[in-house]
Design a protein around this ligand. Structure first.
Ligand code: BGC
Length: 875
């Protein structure tokens, strides 16, 4: 029987506050049959759940589209809930019933704002980071059938209605390039409002808007000096009429218990100032001052286009350690981005002081040097009134350990809980194999992702950076898009990338951009944008999202940004072909860097031209997908010219590569830059370089992601596995052996002798090297998306058993449904099991028979294959 499930609108389940005027609808097909393909669909959209008044009926549409079927009805009304359902016909003629009903609700029309930004701060608050309070009360005369709040802030906000929290997200409105795009959130508060007296209240904190940012440059007040709130509550009464309660000059303002709160520094909270009932209607706010109205253009406001940041996993301490220095340290067992919630009882005025850290030093003492200027410290002053529960408000920390420096009485571990916070993505991917160390590495990669997806893709969550470094984002996106449903997450960030691009097309190093040109640690002047491998996030990220989620709209929207970036490189490159100028981070933190330097040995002109070629190729592919034929041909031709120039610049006629580094060979192989007839020679050079390094990698940010793939795809599968399975320094599993629970920034973050890489740049939660996850999914287990039929509409199963593994498996909840592969070696046989979702197909390349092996074409459903297998796995 055919059934429809996982109904999505714009890749979200029942989204509240949609900006799209012609949203796309998607569904997955459930069926007991195999080889199911959709041949047609019919969608109905209505304003009531019984579909008595259809706003649109698509009629029977002959199409296999089940991910992005576009609404084609009349213009959608703002602030309106639409219900929708779908039914389909399969190619065999079987038809489904109507699906369950799903809904989407449109956002506010841009001209509907009655609210204005109001502030409890003054121009003198420039250096404050207080949590200030704003409130109003109002009377609802009649029965309310629906209520919504549309809210945003300059800073961060928490809303309360009649004493209760509005929504469950944290750090709203998130971080965007505020001057160009400020997000507002939409909350359904129907259950919170009541007939009669009500109070709408907020606390507003500094956040990214005005707190310290890019600590090593001492930046502050990057977007402004005064926090402010914007909120519009729309009440709809039983008789259909509406009433608006909006922020304006009649609101009242005051300070509150949040004495200071900053993203990097933690929070100081005095519970004696809580002033209970401040968020209730009958509170007497006559001692509060009037809020001031800020004159701010509202045209930059857009409904939230990313994902809310929410609380997720919680961790109880696994131990309470007393360090040699005498510090009392809680170990939560997992490095996370988040906050500590605790329960405390004690006299008024007594304090709880907690510092956060990722690691203990070689002596076992609490180690905070790598946080640099980030204080990551919580100070809580007790009110003394019974049991007090506290979790900070406008900050988060990257930590596994917490030093409890002050606590009233004996410390009880049970009083603490670490709460992971990150963007609310669906966990889509999984991986497991017969090596527990690899499984732990995979878990660490997942935690690297969670810890660095706090609204933007950040480099790290602990020190005074936590910035959207573009290079880190682009190397990790292939892994992330497998593990988590991150289409919307990247879409939001890419909009900021496009917004922050320079008029010449230059792409800043961090998005949202908060960095001016500055002098780096090596004394080099770091330009404000356009570093190879970093700025190429502009092309690599939209393309990857397209391939993984079939999001053609995103590609269309980012196309001008992609094009502008490639044109920018063209203008910088010698003869428009060899990019040999400007500042580059290069193969960042590679081990072949000169002593004390972060810059790997691979020269910039090689790396920069390699990425120029890659970006140009992706642009031409994007143009082809979008039907921009002239651009597609033009950029394909440009790509050919870059390739030719690259080969003549960096290869001798007999195929010797001019740059003898691991990363140079990796890029030449993986980007298809090595002359085809000399690929084997480049691979052999790479193998020789690995051998010269006693079988170890020395690659940095730009070579590592593709290292195993470059080896395996050029026939050196054993060498690829040998790097992956190594347990001694430097390697992925070295970190695991050293007890890592996330992925480190440096191969030598913690050295074999127990000492650490210099504290100025030593994060234990940097996902960049976690980009090996992509190879683990696509090759160790053997599942990836075919870019010619994106969104896993066509799946590539290409398992490469090796490394002594006896089994591996991976699964992904694709936009079509669940896909998986599992292989196992037993009794001289290799058994491969696959699952293809309905309305998708797959191609299985068996790992036997060498290059001549012919692929097996698969329809939807489960299949299993057995092959003779000679090699004996060791685990
Ligand atoms: C960050 C990196 C980033 C780099 C630029 C560092 O401080 O943490 O991950 O990409 O700077 O090279």
């Amino acid at each position: 029987m055919l059934k429809l499930e996982r109904l999505r609108c714009e890749y979200m389940e029942n989204p509240l506050g949609l900006a799209e005027t012609r949203p796309r609808l998607g569904w997955a097909i459930a069926s007991d049959s195999t080889n199911v393909l959709q041949s047609g669909y019919r969608v109905q959209v209505a304003t009531s759940p019984d579909f008595s008044d259809p706003a649109w009926d698509s009629g029977e549409v002959a199409s296999d589209e089940s991910v992005a079927a576009r609404y084609g009805g009349p213009g959608l009304e703002p602030r309106t809930r639409y219900f929708w359902r779908v039914r389909i016909t399969a190619s065999g003629g079987e038809a489904s019933e109507w699906s369950e009903t799903a809904w989407f609700e449109t956002a506010m029309g841009p001209s509907e704002w009655r609210a204005v930004f109001i502030s409890a701060e003054t121009d003198g608050s420039w250096f404050d980071s207080k949590g200030t309070r704003l409130r109003t009360s109002f009377r609802a005369l009649g029965k309310i059938v629906s209520a919504r709040v549309y809210a945003s802030a300059l800073g961060l906000y928490e809303l309360r209605l009649n004493g209760r929290a509005v929504g469950d997200e944290v750090l709203a409105p998130g971080w965007t390039s505020y001057g160009k795009r400020l997000l507002y959130q939409i909350y359904d508060v129907t259950e919170l409002v009541r007939e009669g007296d009500n109070a709408l209240c907020a606390t507003v904190g500094a956040g990214w808007y005005k707190g310290d940012l890019a600590g090593w440059l001492g930046r502050r007040n990057v977007y402004g000096g005064r926090t402010a709130l914007l909120a519009q509550l729309v009440l709809r009464y039983e008789d259909g009429h509406e009433e608006i309660v909006a922020t304006d000059g009649s609101w009242r303002a005051s300070e509150g218990p949040v004495l200071s709160s900053e993203i990097y520094h933690g929070e100081v909270y005095d519970a004696r100032l809580e002033d209970s009932g401040w968020d209730m209607p009958d509170y007497d706010d006559s001692s509060w001052r009037p809020a001031s109205v800020l004159d701010r253009d509202l045209s930059t406001l857009v409904p939230r286009d990313g994902l809310p940041v929410r609380r997720h996993e919680t961790f109880k301490p696994v131990s309470l350690i007393v360090t040699p220095k005498g510090e009392k340290v809680l170990d939560f067992g997992q490095n996370i981005a988040g906050r500590i919630r605790f329960t405390v009882k004690g006299p008024a005025g007594s304090r709880v002081v907690i510092r956060h850290a990722e690691a203990l030093d070689s002596q076992g003492n609490f180690y905070t040097a790598n946080l640099r200027s980030a204080k990551a410290r919580i100070v809580y002053v007790l009110s003394g009134e019974g049991v007090e529960i506290y979790e900070p408000h406008f900050t988060y920390m990257g930590f596994r350990y917490a030093s409890v420096d002050e606590w009233p009485g004996e410390i009880d571990s049970a009083a603490f809980e670490a709460v992971a916070i990150y963007s609310d993505m669906e966990e889509t991917g999984s991986f497991a194999c017969s090596s527990e160390l690899l499984n732990k590495l995979h878990s660490n990669i997942g935690w690297g992702l969670r810890g660095n997806f706090v609204d933007i893709p950040s480099d790290c969550p602990q020190r005074d950076e936590r910035l959207g470094w573009t290079g880190d984002a682009q190397v990790f996106i292939g892994t992330a898009a497998f593990l988590m449903g991150s289409d919307r997450f990247y879409r939001k960030w890419l909009r900021d990338l496009a917004a922050d691009q320079s008029p010449e097309g230059g792409v800043p190093h961090v998005i949202p951009n908060v960095l001016p040109a500055y002098v780096g640690g090596d004394g080099a002047l770091i330009s404000p944008d356009s570093a190879c491998g970093w700025a190429d996030a502009a092309t690599i990220c939209p393309w990857t999202v397209y391939v993984c989620y079939a999001d053609r709209d995103l590609l269309e929207e980012q196309y001008p940004s992609m094009r502008a970036w490639v044109e920018r490189i063209r203008s910088l490159a010698r003869d428009g072909l060899i990019w040999d100028s400007g500042f580059h981070f290069g193969d960042w933190v590679a081990l072949d860097a000169k002593e004390g330097s972060y810059l790997g040995a691979t020269p910039n002109d090689f790396t920069a031209t390699a990425f120029y070629a890659k970006s140009t190729l992706l642009l031409s592919k994007a143009a082809a997908v979008l039907g921009r034929d002239e651009d597609a041909a033009g950029y394909a031709a440009l790509y050919d010219r870059i390739l030719e120039a690259f080969r003549s610049e960096f290869f001798s006629p007999s195929g010797r590569i001019a740059v003898r580094t691991q990363t140079a060979c990796v890029l030449a192989l993986d980007f298809g830059l090595a002359p085809p007839e000399h690929r084997d020679r480049v691979r052999d050079t790479l193998l020789a370089l690995i051998k010269e390094n006693c079988g170890h990698l020395v690659t940095g940010f730009l070579g590592t992601p593709y290292l195993c793939r470059a080896l395996a795809d050029s026939g050196a599968i054993d060498a690829a596995y040998s790097l992956l399975m190594r347990e001694e320094y430097p390697s992925w599993l070295y970190q695991v052996r050293k007890g890592a629970t996330t992925v480190w920034e440096h191969w030598d973050g913690l050295k074999p002798d127990g000492t650490m890489w210099s504290a100025d740049m030593n994060s234990f939660n940097h996902y960049a090297y976690g980009s090996i996850g992509e190879w683990m999914h696509s090759s160790v287990a053997g599942i990836s998306a075919d870019e010619s039929s994106p969104g896993y509409k066509r799946i590539l199963f290409k398992p490469l058993p090796g490394g002594g593994l006896s089994r591996a498996e991976a699964s992904i909840q694709t936009v079509y449904g669940l896909a998986s592969i599992k292989w196992e070696i037993e009794d001289g046989q290799l058994k491969v099991e696959t699952l293809v979702p309905h309305n998708a197909t797959a191609s299985l390349v068996p790992p036997v028979g060498g290059a001549a092996a012919s692929a097996v074409e698969l329809g939807s459903g489960r299949e299993s294959f057995t092959y003779p297998w000679a090699a004996t796995p060791s685990s």
